[in-house]
Write a protein that binds this ligand. Structure first.
Ligand code: UT7
Length: 327
C-alpha cells in the first residue's frame, strides 16, 4: 500500500525583488541574469521566519483535505534556514498551528530536502507508524543571502510548499520508486561556513560574511547537470518508463540551463517540464512542492500521471523520485 500526496499548497510572500532592482545597485544586468539563470523575480519575506512561510500553506492544505488540528500525527520540515538552530522548525509549526497530537522533526538536505523528506514521510506512513503527515519544504533564503554579492544575491528567494501524505488503497498512486544520493566532497563548493559546531559564530565570522551562503557556481553547475540528469535517466530506465510515459518532470529550479539539460537527457520536451524559476528564483526546499502546487491549482496535474521529481543541492545531495499523481 503506497503512500501518496492527498493535498498540496504553497505560499510565496508578496514582496518582489526583480532584476531591475539588482541592476540599480549591483554590477549586473537583467540580460546577464536572464541568460545565465532564467530568473526574473524572487519573493522576499520581510518579517518573520521559515515557519511563517509554512503556516499559510499548511492551513490551505489541511482545509483542502478537510483536516482539523487533531488529524495530523507527524510534521516533517525540510529546510536549511530553520527558525533557530534548535528547537526544530517542526516544533514551531506544531505550536503555531496548534497540532497537539503531532510529533515531528526537520530534515536538512538543501535543495534535495523535499525529495529526502518525501521518501521519509511516505515510508513512515506506509509502515503504519503515522496516519497523516504534514510535509513541508520551506526556506527563507533571504536570511542567508549576501545582498552585496552579485553572484549570490540574484539567485535565491523565499517560499514554502506543503503537502499531506496518507496511505492509499490503490497501489497505482503515490510513491513508486526513488534514488537518493549524498556526497560530502561537494561541501567546499556550496556551504554556510560559520554558525555551526565547525566554526561557531563570532564577530570575526560575521565580519567575514561567513554566516552567508557561499557557492562556487561553476563546479556546482557541472555536478548538478551530471547528477540530476544521471538519476533522472536511471529511474526511467530501471522502471521501463519511456519519454512518452512521463507526463511531467518536476526539477529543482536553480538554473534553467540545468533544467533543460536534464530534460534533454530524459528525452522529454520542455512542454512537459514544470518551470517557475522566472518568478521565484531558487527557493531550495520549497521549489519542488511549489511547482506541484501551482500546476495542481491550474488543473494541469491529472490523476494517474507519471511524474518524475529531480533535484541537486548542497552536500552534495541529489536524487529522483517516480510518483503517480493521485489527487
Ligand atoms: O541550488 C542547488 C545547487 N546550485 C546550483 O545548481 C547552481 C549551479 N550554478 C549555476 O547555476 C551557475 O554557476 C551560476 C548561475 C551560479 C553562475 O553562472 P556562471 O555562468 O557559472 O557564471 P560564473 O560564476 O562562471 O561567472 C562568470 C562571470 C564572472 O566574471 P569573470 O570572472 O568572467 O570576469 C562573474 O564575476 O560572470 C560574473 N558574474 C556576474 N556578472 C553579472 C557573476 N554574477 C554576476 C552577475 N551579473 N549577477
Amino acid at each position: 500500500m503506497p503512500a501518496t500526496i492527498t493535498a498540496i499548497a504553497h505560499y510565496a510572500p508578496p514582496d518582489i525583488l526583480d532584476n531591475d532592482y539588482f541592476s540599480k545597485y549591483l554590477d549586473t544586468t537583467n540580460e546577464w541574469i536572464m541568460s545565465r539563470t532564467g530568473i526574473s523575480e524572487r519573493r522576499i519575506l520581510k518579517n518573520g521566519a521559515t515557519s511563517d512561510l509554512i503556516v499559510p500553506a499548511a492551513k490551505e492544505a489541511m482545509e483542502y483535505r478537510g483536516l482539523g488540528i487533531n488529524d495530523i500525527d507527524c510534521i516533517i520540515v525540510a529546510t536549511v534556514t530553520p527558525d533557530y538552530m534548535f528547537p526544530n522548525t517542526a516544533s514551531m509549526v506544531q505550536h503555531k498551528l496548534g497540532l497537539t497530537k503531532a510529533w515531528g522533526f526537520d530534515i536538512s538536505a538543501a535543495c534535495s530536502g523535499f525529495l529526502f523528506s518525501l521518501v521519509t514521510a511516505c515510508k513512515l506512513v506506509e509502515s503504519g507508524a503515522v496516519k497523516r503527515l504534514l510535509l513541508c519544504g520551506a526556506d527563507k533564503m533571504s536570511s542567508i543571502t549576501d545582498y552585496k554579492d552579485r553572484s549570490q544575491a540574484i539567485l535565491f528567494g523565499d517560499a514554502a510548499g506543503v503537502c499531506i501524505i496518507e496511505n492509499t488503497d490503490d497501489p497505482n498512486y503515490g510513491l513508486q520508486d526513488f534514488i537518493l544520493k549524498i556526497d560530502g566532497s561537494g561541501e567546499p563548493f556550496l556551504h554556510q561556513v560559520a554558525g555551526g559546531s565547525f566554526k561557531p559564530a563570532s564577530h570575526e565570522t560575521v565580519d567575514a560574511g561567513e554566516h552567508y551562503l557561499y557557492q562556487d557556481g561553476q563546479p556546482v553547475f557541472k555536478a548538478a547537470v551530471k547528477g540530476m540528469a544521471d538519476v533522472s535517466a536511471e529511474i526511467m530506465e530501471r522502471n521501463n518508463l519511456a519519454p512518452d510515459d512521463v507526463s511531467w518532470l518536476v526539477p529543482h529550479q536553480a538554473n534553467l540551463r540545468i533544467i533543460s539539460a536534464t530534460a534533454d537527457r530524459m528525452g522529454i520536451g520542455m512542454d512537459k517540464v514544470m518551470v517557475n524559476i522566472e518568478k521565484y528564483g531558487n527557493t531550495t526546499s520549497a521549489t519542488i512542492p511549489m511547482c506541484l502546487s501551482e500546476w495542481h491549482k491550474k488543473g494541469a496535474l491529472k490523476k494517474d500521471q507519471n511524474i518524475i521529481l529531480s533535484s541537486f543541492g548542497a552536500g552534495y545531495t541529489w536524487g529522483s523520485i517516480w510518483l503517480k499523481w493521485g489527487i
